[in-house]
Design a protein around this ligand. Sequence first.
Ligand SMILES: *[C@@H]1O[C@H](CO)[C@@H](O)[C@H](O)[C@H]1NC(C)=O
Ligand SMILES: *[C@@H]1O[C@H](CO)[C@@H](O)[C@H](O)[C@H]1NC(C)=O
Ligand SMILES: *[C@@H]1O[C@H](CO)[C@@H](O)[C@H](O)[C@H]1NC(C)=O
Ligand SMILES: *[C@@H]1O[C@H](CO)[C@@H](O)[C@H](O)[C@H]1NC(C)=O
Length: 399
Amino acid sequence: MLYRSLLFFALANAVFAHAGKSKDSAPTSAKIVPLTQDYYPPTADCWEYRVPVHLASVEVTSFAFPEWTDDYQLQDFLATATTRASADFPSVVTGMENLTDVEYIISASFCTPKNTTSRKKSIILATHGIGLPRSHWNSAYEPEKYNFVQYAINQGYSVWFYDRLGTGKSDKVSGFTNQLRLQKAILVELASIVKSGAYNGDFGKPDKLAVMGFSFGSFITHFAVAENPGIADAAILTGINYNTTGLNANGLVRSFVPRIASLQSPARFGDLDPGYVTWVDRITYINTYFKYPNYDVPATSYSEANKAAFAIAEFLTITDGTFDASGFTGAALAITGETDYIICDGECQGIFEEPARTVWKNAKFTPYLHPGASHNFNFHHNATGAYGVITNFLDANGL
Ligand SMILES: *[C@@H]1O[C@H](CO)[C@@H](O)[C@H](O)[C@H]1NC(C)=O
Ligand SMILES: *[C@@H]1O[C@H](CO)[C@@H](O)[C@H](O)[C@H]1NC(C)=O
Ligand SMILES: *[C@@H]1O[C@H](CO)[C@@H](O)[C@H](O)[C@H]1NC(C)=O
Ligand SMILES: *[C@@H]1O[C@H](CO)[C@@H](O)[C@H](O)[C@H]1NC(C)=O
């Protein structure tokens, strides 16, 4: 596969051995819940749900992490995983295993324009990345500038957005096992659930479905569509790039400066095991996700204050899937900030079109570099400029 080696194998070479975690079980009740999010667009009707997602069988990667309990041990693991001699150490990957008959409760929001619009029957199903949970799309801070849902609603689209497994109000599983393959299987189920109309308020079934991601969520979305081309009419990948030249895996690990989330903030992350980590502070976040001076500090502070932690096993499985999306013949948009630090090592020009066009060779594919932004363009100046590129793309492709 094109570049599945990167983070996955670069970082999977690490020492130690330890028994794997047992699987977490999930509750089974599900219902419409009172609105929990800090904000909803005034022009939308919105509902919240706890959606039971049942997976009959999902093949996942099994790991043997050292299962650190403090930041000294975590730092030593990361230093070892990124040393120039990392290839000398045994991999933390121990093989594959099947999870069968598992169920997770996913907390989600659905918003549709109050006004009748011609585009209203198109739903965008959005999967957030590492950082904010579903509020990545639905900022309570200056929503007229930073809220994708509000922008899309005002353009006539409906949006279904959720907290990924392990974040926000969705079920939690161990950070030593929570990974891309599991969340890809969840997204494939969610696409089918959204199309069924069962969790769409009084909206019913959509005519068209677009799947959208940000960063880790874009890789989940990419692999879900590449491996199941029938799940959506369009794919929108934000904060993605397909050329390995742009991915500096060791540099990224060191730039993130991960800390055990539950130790950094027991109040926010105390329910998560030490497999969940987060960057050390707001400046570190800004360095990896933003381009100076094209942001307002309060917007980054909002984003930092509301961040979710991420699972170490997520970080190691970002590229664990099939890149070849030649089976998909719908419309696809890849969009990121021109100076994306995470996925382009700070400069996307020259590496953004290939292999992207080859990966999406049978799709109506649009690569787009948004000026004046790094990875998290949703919280930069001119975020609405990028939102406009996204809704224009949908409109131009009949959604
Ligand atoms: C998981 O199940 C599939 C389908 O039954 C099978 O092909 C695959 O070999 C199994 N994987 C493992 C690791 O057992
Ligand atoms: C909704 O419809 C009303 C009445 O036609 C109109 O004034 C308003 O601008 C519309 N709102 C949006 C977001 O399109
Ligand atoms: C990545 O970009 C470089 C620079 O444009 C190019 O030479 C290379 O072929 C690209 N890689 C792939 C796999 O297309
Ligand atoms: C805002 O974003 C749009 C879409 O990328 C772009 O066309 C426009 O030039 C940007 N405006 C500024 C001032 O950068």
